[in-house]
Design a protein around this ligand. Structure first.
Ligand code: ADP
Ligand code: MG
Length: 565
């Protein structure tokens, strides 16, 4: 019980740090049970993992807050935020290393399913870490008792009991997420790939701060011709701009808000917290940002729709390189996203390879088609839609050649969108580009790949693999580092950790020499759906965050050891 733990910790005072190991186990605190799952080896090591499990009869969350998966996710997201906030206020280091620190994953602006918290009919569970206190390498028993027997129960009282929370705020949090979910589910029926509500605040505080820009932000206002009205359960009728399926161009002067709009659309695959400004911006869940990424490795991708007959006769139907160029990387990123199930491509000129995007009349005249391996995206983007139903939203302020192939042209002017489709089409008719179409009759075949299972075995046969996430940019599995800085729709380090675990999991359970990469990924995601993120790890971990199959595929595709069958 709590008292036993208290006494035990006092007895440990002054002993060598290793004696903490005996704490592993569970302790009845009356209102909840404290599980000590893993005890750190020294005060500087990764902190100890603990869980509190509160019975629902004590916690008292009304059924309607968790009975649907989307609500349960929003509720646990809220609890994690409250706990995180409370730990930030209380944080009181007491001794060497991580002594006395209580840690929980830090939520971004997105409302996500995280292994840090779980709600069921019977219990509410929260997972976090504690730095067991020490002075030097001696156990600080009194401080440990205070930490586990006073601070932890106080945090539980403050953040895990329904009555201690602001019920209206919590309800609004859950309702906002549920509305976003409902908006997103209506996109297809309205023939849309994205919806941006009127009044939305798209710009962010800064490049490193994802909170909404406060003072000078111009609220979003839809142009009449693209305005749609959607209904949702809590907020009622919402008007905003619908981005239709097909090819949509976002044009406008520099600094007028084009990239900001596209980034909001990228983020619209996730639900967001109330007051994020993008909480009613929703996007087709299989939308993938695609960009250039020179230097990445590529394994056996058929990029021939875009790039053919390279110098020295290098094949592009089965293209591999440890060091891709801007254009080949963007071609591979596009093909791989489609292979992994993307039905919407999001492309920004700021992060694209120019020669992948355009090739104008003059360049066609100077460099004949048979001397240029690249078929530019402009000659393929329409075929992607007609042959495969894949839509593209493209920011392009630098070339009007795309007017010919666009279905919708949106101009950003002083951060306000205007529908300029008719004018763009009239201009395209008046000033012909005189380009030769280079795309051929059809897009070309997409060949799904089979991965060689041993080529994604970072454990090299060993049982346990060290996984590490460095922010959202890098993933370390065993000795292999994967650069994820160009995988832009990852928003939390916990997603990267979960992806690392998923790669190991996929390799163990779903990769054979006959499974397609896409099938393996689908199987992993189905397991997560059914059993939760916990299925990815041997022990219950508190630091995993949900991710999409698209991002899992992106990580696997960037493994430098990857080979295809
Ligand atoms: P573009 O891609 O058209 O060059 P950006 O989208 O990068 O422009 O935006 C330029 C700047 O304007 C950024 O600092 C961005 O935060 C800011 N911004 C974008 N949209 C808005 C808005 N609605 N209100 C206020 N500032 C905005
Ligand atoms: Mg831009």
């Amino acid at each position: 019980t709590q008292d036993d733990l208290y006494d035990q910790l006092h007895r440990l005072d002054g002993q060598s740090y290793g004696a903490y190991k005996g704490l592993k186990g569970k302790y009845d605190f009356g209102k909840f049970v404290l599980h000590i799952d893993h005890v750190q080896g020294d005060p500087f090591a990764a902190p100890s993992r603990v869980r509190v499990v509160v019975p629902q009869v004590v916690a008292g969350f009304p059924r309607q807050l968790w009975e649907l998966p989307c609500r349960a996710i929003a509720l646990t997201d809220y609890l994690t935020r409250e706990f995180y906030r409370a730990t930030q206020v209380r944080q009181r280091p007491s001794g060497s290393g991580k002594s006395g620190l209580i840690g929980i994953v830090r939520p971004s602006q997105a409302v996500l399913n995280r292994s840090a918290a779980r709600v069921t009919k019977e219990t509410v569970e929260l997972r976090f870490t504690v730095g067991l206190p020490a002075f030097g390498r001696r156990i600080a028993g009194r401080q440990a008792a205070e930490l586990l027997c006073e601070s932890v129960p106080a945090l539980v009282e403050e953040t895990l009991l329904y009555n201690a929370l602001d019920g209206a705020k919590l309800q609004h949090h859950v309702n906002t997420a549920e509305d976003a979910e409902e908006l997103r589910s209506q996109l297809a029926a309205h023939n849309l790939v994205a919806f941006i509500a009127d009044g939305a605040i798209l710009p962010r505080c800064s490049g490193v701060d994802d909170h909404p820009l406060e003072d000078q932000a111009v609220p979003f206002k839809s142009p009449e011709s693209l305005r749609v009205t959607l209904r949702c359960r809590h907020a009622g009728e919402i008007t905003g701009m619908g981005i239709p399926k097909g090819i949509t161009l976002i044009v406008g002067g520099g600094y007028h808000g084009k990239s900001t709009l596209l980034r909001a659309v990228e983020a619209g695959i996730y639900n967001h917290v109330p007051n994020d400004g993008r909480h009613q911006v929703v996007t087709n869940p299989t939308a993938a940002k695609v960009r250039a990424e020179d230097g990445r490795s590529i394994a056996g991708v058929d990029i021939s729709p875009f790039i053919d007959s390279l110098p020295q006769g290098k094949s592009t139907q089965n293209f591999s390189t440890p060091n891709a160029s801007g254009s080949t990387s963007q071609a591979a990123n596009t093909i791989e996203a489609i292979e992994a199930g993307a039905t919407v491509l999001l492309v920004d000129e700021d992060t694209s390879a120019t020669n992948f995007m355009i090739r104008d009349r003059r360049m066609q005249a100077l460099i004949a088609k048979d001397r240029e391996p690249i078929t530019p995206f402009i000659d393929k983007v329409r075929q992607l839609f007609t042959d495969y139903g894949i839509s593209t939203v493209l920011v392009m302020g630098g070339s009007g050649d795309y007017f010919d192939v666009a279905d919708t042209v949106i101009a950003m002017d002083e951060f306000c969108p205007q529908d300029v489709t008719k004018r763009a089409k009239a201009i395209a008719a008046e000033f012909k580009t005189e380009r030769d179409r280079e795309g051929g009759e059809c897009f070309g075949t997409l060949v799904p790949r089979i991965i060689r299972p041993d080529s994604i075995d970072p454990s090299k046969g060993r049982h346990s693999v060290k996984l590490r996430a460095r922010d959202v940019d890098q993933l370390q599995i065993g000795t292999e580092a994967i650069d994820l800085s160009a995988v832009e729709q990852l928003v939390e380090p916990g997603q990267v950790r979960a992806i690392a675990a998923a790669i190991v999991y996929a390799q163990r359970y779903h990769m054979t020499s006959t499974t397609l990469l896409f099938e393996a990924i689908t199987a992993v995601m189905a397991d997560i759906d059914q059993y939760g993120l916990d299925c990815l790890t041997e022990w219950p971990m508190g630091d995993l965050v949900w991710f999409r199959g698209l991002e899992l595929a992106a990580a696997i595709n960037r493994l430098r050891t990857l080979q295809i069958e």
